[in-house]
Design a protein. Structure first.
Length: 72
């Protein structure tokens, strides 16, 4: 799933309004790739944990973050 940075605050509000007490994200050391277009991609294995009052939900997978050529 791809999400724009502008939507992150709205997504977090929805999560915390639904009972999430804490949100944890664990990353391995990312691999960096530079594309001919100037875009930089960072890829890493990720474990995301949503903490509720009485349970935890854990998702494991890959995360990819892209930075445009104007980002440093």
């Amino acid at each position: 799933t791809e999400i724009a940075a502008q939507a992150l605050s709205r997504l977090n509000k929805i999560k915390f309004d639904s009972g999430v007490v804490d949100e944890l994200l664990f990353l391995e050391t990312p691999r960096e790739h530079r594309l001919p277009s100037g875009v930089t991609l960072l890829e890493s294995k990720a474990v995301q944990e949503s903490v509720y009052e009485k349970l935890r939900v854990v998702h494991e997978g890959q995360i990819c973050v892209s930075f445009g050529p104007d980002m440093k």
